[in-house]
Ligand binder design. Structure first.
Ligand code: AMP
Length: 279
């Protein structure tokens, strides 16, 4: 595996790869890699000649300073993990290197995607995500880019980014990887104690309960159930909503003609977790 930190070195390498007519896949991450990231990287390896994994904790996408300062950083372990996965290139730039790439100069039409849920709860978050992903796309010109369904709203926004600005890049969505108890793998799980990790399983449990009862419960009943269940476990509910995926709009009732997702964000002590489930 080649580790590249400088933008110019990466550009030279990409030029070489393109001259050889090789396909490029990219997996953007913030590091502290786990088996959720592995699944994206393995798929990228299968579908492309060259796999680039970026590890960059992007300050601009944190709306909470402590969250940024406490975000787990485990570059040495990440390097070992990526070597085991036979990753071709690790791009791990400094802030200074990232600042050398011109800021993208466009505005996406995102409608509800930039209004609700994470957009509403984390002001500026998606602007930061779009900025860094666009910069990475700009300098790597990948054929395919891999994103996880765990961050569903982000995935849908990146799909719009490609539809509107990077038409040659195919976005590949990858299923959420969970631990044996159902908790979605997340770098932030490292902040949880053993006891909190067990309590956190109830996030997936309530999503499944809502799915099981989707045709019998009203949306209000589902919301009341989730709020009460998590409240009893001292899990702070940031939001629970059922959205219709095409319009990314809230729904008050579920009918069988549309695709719905249950979307949830919670805080356990100081750790914020998100998850979702297709109903
Ligand atoms: P992050 O390092 O958290 O920014 O995540 C990098 C990429 O990995 C994003 O596209 C995430 O959606 C994806 N990802 C993170 N956790 C999981 C998971 N448990 N299952 C699948 N993909 C994930």
């Amino acid at each position: 595996m080649k580790q590249i930190n400088a933008v110019n070195d990466l550009l030279s390498f990409i030029q070489l790869i393109k001259q050889q007519n090789k396909t490029i896949g990219i997996v953007p991450t913030m590091g502290s890699l786990h088996s959720g990231h592995d699944s994206l990287i393995k798929r990228c390896k299968k579908e492309n000649n060259i796999t680039i994994v970026s590890v960059y904790v992007n300050p601009n996408q944190f709306n909470n300073k402590n969250d940024f300062l406490n975000y787990p950083r485990t570059l040495d372990a990440d390097i070992n993990r990526l070597k085991t996965l036979n990753c071709d290139i690790l791009f791990s730039p400094s802030d200074k290197e990232i600042s050398k790439i011109l800021n993208p100069n466009f505005k996406l039409k995102l409608g509800n995607l930039n209004k609700y849920l994470e957009a509403d709860n984390r002001p500026g978050h998606f602007e930061g995500v779009i900025n860094i992903v666009a910069k990475l796309f700009e300098i790597t010109s990948p054929n395919k880019a891999y994103f996880g369904e765990k961050d569903l709203q982000q995935l849908l926004i990146i799909k719009q980014l490609c539809l509107q600005k990077f038409k040659n890049i195919q976005v590949i969505s990858c299923a959420t990887v969970r631990n044996a108890g159902g908790l979605a793998k997340s770098s932030r799980n490292k902040h949880l104690t053993e006891k909190e990790l067990i309590i956190a399983r109830s996030i997936y449990k309530v999503l499944n309960e809502v799915k099981k009862n989707k045709l019998d419960w009203s949306v209000k009943k589902a919301k009341d159930y989730v709020r009460k269940y998590l409240n009893n476990l001292s899990i702070n509910l940031d939001y629970f909503e059922i959205i219709e995926i095409e319009k990314f709009s809230f729904t008050q009732e579920i009918n069988t003609n549309c695709n719905y997702y249950a979307m949830i964000a919670v805080t356990i002590r100081e750790t914020r977790l998100i998850d979702n489930l297709k109903l």
